[in-house]
Design a binder for this molecule. Structure first.
Ligand code: GLY
Ligand code: MN
Ligand code: MN
Length: 487
């Protein structure tokens, strides 16, 4: 099998290597080989109901088909990434494959073959059940005896609502087709090589962009799942508050582990590495080392999101006073960020420019920074026009959210950053202020304080809905909520 880097590596192994991996250090006797073939019940399942999103994935495939008439379209799930030797990182399929199938199998491939009568015929190419006759189910390192039972192709056909075929036949099948093709690159080098003569980098880029843009407006299944992700994330934040000591320091990793436990129970995983940033770590936007301690008197910036079992993720930040009460300076900075977030959220509505919520939040932050005298006498307006607030606001104010935490990242600027908000879009609004510990341009008492408040906002017909509203945002509500949780 040559359809992924990983499989190519495996194929190069000798039978002895494979046996050794499975702990089968000795040659398998003919008697054992024969014995292992027999005595297994037929567990095939019939009459399965399609997965909840099957109607949606069918519509998405039809939309994709209409955009590329007459062309062969190939969307691989990708395979497990090697961590070391025979150990892999937890597998997560490519988001576009999930979007179009609802399936999460490793090394799977969705193929849309142009139909001579118009449209495309979609087939999911998947690994079938392990063969018992040739011993694959136990002699192969990834046989079902070791990795667990897989759905049969017929079962997957019922579940996914689309024909399924053996992925090991895919290279031959592709060879039997003709004409222009497009591949979602970066997931399966074997397929890219097999279709190299029929694709171009430019056309494949266009394909990737289209897939990203299709995901800009969420359907009702996606919105329901993002809502669930936010609810589960709120539970994770509650767990984190309960784990946070009021007297002794709490390791950032305890917070990380606490949230992760909730993510695994309610969903699939965390949607990105949790940022558990205590004290001055909060001023480091990508703080994922999480090797510090949250001490009473400090703030804890917790940026974390549960990824659901359908692989949609929340992306939420709360900045919490570890001992339950903001100090006056912490509250002053927190209130400024809260005011900016209020302005940002209010700017999220259908027909608004995407940039509006960012501009609204940045203006409010600039006003506060000017009032605190941080612009050396320049007005808030002047400072904002020059972007001077960015020394302390650092990042953009938000991004699209969905299957990926930074969803729709390949969408063209004119449809995304320079685009217009539409009902069904989901985005984060996450202003922040970050005063580095060594920033000599701000008063000493500001240094080492970082505050971000991040919520997941659905654009509705009327305006917006905060999907993460279950978590308190303003300083008083945060304090009351923490007190309640700690009983
Ligand atoms: N947690 C990543 C972000 O807020 O964009
Ligand atoms: Mn975040
Ligand atoms: Mn975010």
């Amino acid at each position: 099998m040559t359809h992924s880097i990983q499989e190519t590596t495996v194929a190069a192994e000798t039978d002895e290597d494979k046996r050794r991996k499975n702990g089968l250090y000795r040659q398998v006797s003919a008697e054992l080989a024969e014995n292992m073939k027999r005595g297994w019940a037929d567990t095939e399942r019939y009459g399965l109901q399609p997965i909840a999103q099957a109607a949606h994935t069918a519509r998405r495939r039809a939309e994709l088909s209409a955009r590329f008439p007459g062309e062969l379209l190939v969307i691989p799930a990708g395979g497990p990434k090697v961590r070391a030797n025979d150990t892999a990182y937890p597998f997560r399929p490519s988001s576009d494959y999930v979007y179009l199938t609802g399936d999460q199998s490793p090394d799977a491939v969705l193929v849309l073959e142009p139909d001579p009568y118009g449209g495309h015929r979609a087939t999911a190419y998947l690994l079938p059940r392990s063969d018992r006759e040739n011993g694959d189910f136990w002699l192969d390192y990834h046989g079902e005896l070791w990795d667990g039972r897989r759905n049969s192709l017929a079962e997957n056909g019922q579940l996914l609502g689309l024909p399924c075929n053996d992925v090991r036949t895919l290279t031959d099948r592709l060879g039997a087709t003709i004409g222009a093709a497009r591949v979602l690159r970066g997931h399966d080098m074997g397929i890219e090589a097999a279709l190299a003569a029929r694709t171009t980098a430019e056309r494949d880029d266009e394909f990737r962009v289209t897939l990203s843009e299709m995901r800009l407006v969420k359907d009702e299944f996606e919105i329901a799942d993002l809502r669930f992700a936010c609810e589960a994330t709120a539970l994770g934040f509650e767990d984190a508050v309960r784990a946070l000591g009021t007297a002794a320091p709490t390791p950032e990793r305890l917070i990380e582990g606490t949230f992760f436990t909730r993510a695994r129970i309610e969903g699939n995983d965390v949607g990105y590495a949790s940022i558990c940033a205590a004290g001055p770590h909060a001023t480091t936007l990508h703080w994922v080392r999480n090797d510090g301690e949250a001490r009473p008197g400090d703030l804890l910036l917790l940026d974390a999101g549960v990824e659901t079992r359908h692989l949609y993720t929340a992306d939420v930040t709360r900045t919490l006073p570890v001992d339950g009460r903001f100090t006056p300076i912490q509250r002053k900075i927190y209130d400024a960020v809260y005011a900016a977030q209020e302005a940002g959220i209010a700017a999220v509505k259908p027909g608004a420019a995407y940039r509006d919520f960012h501009d609204a939040a940045q203006r409010v932050l600039a006003e506060h920074l000017a009032a605190w005298g941080l612009f050396e006498g320049r007005s808030a307006r002047e400072a904002h026009d020059l972007g001077l607030q960015r020394r302390w606001t650092l990042a953009g104010t938000g991004h699209m959210l969905g299957l990926d935490v930074h969803d729709c990242a390949k969408a063209r600027t004119e449809l995304y950053v320079d685009g217009t908000l539409e009902p069904g879009m989901v985005l984060t609004v996450e202003p922040g202020l970050y005063f580095q510990s060594d920033d000599l341009t701000v008063p000493q008492e500001y240094r080492g304080i970082g505050v971000r408040i991040e919520d997941d906002i659905l654009v509705t017909e009327e305006g917006n809905e905060n999907l993460s509203a279950r978590l308190p945002r303003n300083a008083d509500d945060v304090e009351a909520w923490m007190a309640r949780l700690r009983g």
